[in-house]
Design a protein around this ligand. Structure first.
Ligand SMILES: Nc1ncnc2c1ncn2[C@@H]1O[C@H](COP(=O)(O)OP(=O)(O)OP(=O)(O)O)[C@@H](O)[C@H]1O
Ligand SMILES: O=P(O)(O)OC[C@H]1O[C@](O)(CO)[C@@H](O)[C@@H]1O
Ligand SMILES: [Mg+2]
Length: 335
């Protein structure tokens, strides 16, 4: 359960829009539902859905949503508004064009549901054009500074765990070592949580450096001495697309026969967990409450169970730290 702030409405908006941007995440749909229903039930006359993130904004692919439009989506993965990575939005002239499209349609404010990159776009849009913007953390990566949690993280972790529990069965039967790659190009939150929760022998994340050769020698020695009949190594994909294959290759050189399993986009799909539906619904409704309370240029996130506002400038200028003590639990518990 979350604690919601008491916010006094001091502003009135006739018309707002929302979009989902970056990698989709399970829970974006309940967040859309939360925003649309909270807005329409709080006196905002019109809510528009923008298709395909910032791509649909700059091509004016914008359609009115009603309370009925968001019926029966709370349990669905993906995003009914579709999502995209729109590189043109990094250009100030394109953002100015986007703002003009919103003004032409009398849309007075924008709610952006997405990851850290999407928040950078949202911040620049409001800073440069004055269009009020509220951000919601919608990413499986859980890498938004200032927010303990993001919409989709819990579901993605559980999806990976479901897969790894199955891999563990066959790993045990055949006394094999598996290298399981999970998502997280820049951050190891998924890998760390999944690694701890599946009882992984080792977790590799972009935040903490390791020596590839030493690591493989230790693993091979452990297995040669009979320690661990099966093994699960959880690896965050990181920036280097070949990392998992390189670890496998080194292990093969040392006489091991590791199997690779890349979970990939499976982690982005599926029905949102109860936790993510609750988080998304509360954040969606709260985004509207913050807007009506006169806030702008903020991300509405969650800290220690309380819904909070974080300036977008802070969100985009900091990096969320993966706590070393939590990461070290992975090695502490596997023996
Ligand atoms: N610096 C920036 N300036 C303007 N717009 C940006 C910037 N960075 C990202 N965006 C916009 O946000 C979109 C999504 O960003 P990005 O691809 O980083 O994903 P994200 O929102 O971080 O989500 P995830 O990491 O979960 O996939 C980009 O395609 C672009 O449209
Ligand atoms: O294949 P895509 O859509 O670029 O997504 C990959 C990236 O998106 C994320 O899954 C987050 O949505 C990252 O972990 C990953 O690096
Ligand atoms: Mg991101």
């Amino acid at each position: 359960m979350f604690t919601l702030p008491h916010l006094k409405p001091i502003k009135s908006y006739k018309s707002i829009a929302l979009l989902t941007s970056g990698g989709d995440s399970p829970g974006m749909n309940p967040a859309i539902r939360g925003v649309v229903r909270a807005a329409l039930n709080s006196g905002i006359e019109s809510v528009y859905g923008i298709q395909r993130g910032y791509s649909g904004l700059i091509t004016a692919d914008i359609h009115k949503l009603t309370s009925r439009s968001v019926t029966n989506i709370i349990q669905r993965g993906g995003t009914m508004l579709k999502s995209a990575r729109c590189l043109e939005f990094k250009e100030p002239a394109i953002r100015a064009q986007a703002a003009q499209i919103l003004r032409d349609k009398n849309i007075e404010a924008l709610i952006v549901i997405g990851g850290d990159g999407s928040m950078a776009g949202a911040h620049l849009l409001t800073e440069e054009t004055g269009i009020p913007v509220i951000g919601l953390p919608g990413t499986i990566d859980n890498d938004i500074p200032g927010s303990d949690d993001t919409i989709g993280f819990d579901t993605a972790v559980n999806t990976a765990l479901d897969a790894i529990d199955k891999i563990r069965d066959t790993a045990l039967s055949h006394e094999r070592l598996f290298l399981v790659e999970v998502m997280g190009r820049n951050s190891g939150f998924i890998a760390t949580q999944v690694g701890i929760a599946c009882g992984a022998e080792l977790v590799i994340v972009p935040e903490y450096a390791f020596d590839l050769h030493d690591l493989c020698v230790t693993l091979a020695q452990q297995r040669a001495s009979g320690q661990g009949s099966s093994g699960i190594i959880v690896i965050a994909e990181g920036k280097d697309p070949g990392l998992t294959s390189r670890i496998a290759y080194q292990l093969e050189e040392l006489g091991q026969d590791p199997k690779i399993c890349i979970l990939g986009h499976i982690q982005r799909g599926g029905s949102p967990s109860g936790h993510d539906r609750m988080l998304a619904s509360c954040l969606g409704a709260s985004a509207v409450h913050y807007l009506l309370a006169g806030f702008n240029d903020i991300l509405v996130g969650v800290r220690q169970g309380t819904i909070v506002d974080i300036p977008l400038r802070k969100v985009i200028s900091e990096k969320k730290i993966l706590d070393r003590n939590i990461f070290d639990i992975t090695t502490l518990l596997h023996k």
